[in-house]
Design a protein around this ligand. Sequence first.
Ligand SMILES: *[C@@H]1O[C@H](CO)[C@@H](O)[C@H](O)[C@H]1NC(C)=O
Ligand SMILES: *[C@@H]1O[C@H](CO)[C@@H](O)[C@H](O)[C@H]1NC(C)=O
Length: 451
Amino acid sequence: KTRPMEYRMAQLEALGRFLDDKKQEILEATELDMGKPSFEAFFSEILLCKNELNMTLNNLCHWMKDEYVDKNLVMQLDSAFIRKDPYGVVLIIAPWNYPIHLFLVPLIGAIAAGNCAIIKPSEISKNTERLIAETLSCYLDSDCFAVVTGGVPETTRLLENKFDYIFFTGSPPVGRIVMTAAAKHLTPVTLELGGKNPCYVSDTCNVANVARRVVWGRFFNAGQTCIAPDYVLCTVEMQDKLMPALREAITEFFGPNPRESPDFGRIVSDKQFRRIRALLGSGRVAIGGQTDEAERYIAPTVLADVLPSDPAMQEEIFGPILPIVVIANMDEAIDFINARPQPLVVYAFSCDSKVVNQVLERTSSGGFCGNDTLMHVTLTSLPFGGIGNSGLGKYHGKFTFDTFSHHRGCLHRNMGLETLNTPRYPPYTQQKLGLLTTTFEVKRRGTCTLL
Ligand SMILES: *[C@@H]1O[C@H](CO)[C@@H](O)[C@H](O)[C@H]1NC(C)=O
Ligand SMILES: *[C@@H]1O[C@H](CO)[C@@H](O)[C@H](O)[C@H]1NC(C)=O
């Protein structure tokens, strides 16, 4: 039922109507869940999802087409192609920080590729969970798409079922649990995990611009973003120059008292609030540091002179705290990054593009963004995903379609011309082997050269 292109397009159009009709409810639910400013919710939960939808609807007929491939001499009259088959029933497990975006963007690709899907929203963003559970079924075909709600026990039971693909977004520890459950059924997985994203700031850069771009990326959604710059690496001289610029950017964005700003979010839960608050005892509080448990408010905070052994450097912060770790130079920054698990993104700022390129070349991470933060994920033409501890697999744009498609290698042969086949049949002879070699061999043409 989910295979015809018309069916897929109709379900995708319905997702578009869901976003249009429920826009206000989405903004209200994410505001209730984590005080998400409506501007941020509109941008991340609605606009980026609609871009993915439009892009998918615009290109689906091309993506679905069989891809014809090169053939060898014996098969010149045959057709060899890659068929994009749906996996079957996919499970999408979404987290609470971008509760619409992080289930919808994978779902768009799952539908586009012709799959059925079970969606498991996070129980922590409970207002958004309720909205999804109560309204999504009014838009999608309930024969093929369902929402399952619940916490750890329900998810554990859900994972006992055999799915054909599991797409998980969350933390590395839960990622291991999901992958273990998937292994029982040999189910393929995509794991979108997190980690600590380093942000190297070189001594030569426009300090005011760096500060604005880092402050925006760190404090968007009150820091609850898997691709946020997690900590800054710079020299002690740069820390001195950066601090007033960071203070100015924070004041420019959120006013003298960020608690009263409508543009600064709150922490999603009491548990998360306490975890993040405990990280404030790292280094020295240079900016911010105020908290209010009743509101789950943590001020935009910058910690100076943080040591690698401090609590803030032991886990992904996932909150509005920016530690600065002082290093001596770029080589030391690169060594610092390489001594730790591969992050989801590496950020590097410099007025010298050679410095940015050095950081790119000598480190490994899911993605990379030079001279800015977060912006690389807004391009549907770039694959998004982690490596090592930050995850496996990739999505966004066509990459989501490919993730949810089995690339089935197909060959349709001609039934005639049997003489062309005789060299491979017994009785084997030296002459047949020679013929076989000339028709099958791939010739070495020398190193590829750029024209
Ligand atoms: C998607 O396409 C529709 C129809 O052309 C258009 O109105 C809309 O602005 C496009 N983009 C987004 C983000 O909705
Ligand atoms: C970073 O920005 C600076 C200043 O605009 C520019 O000179 C440099 O080339 C940029 N780096 C990269 C890698 O684009």
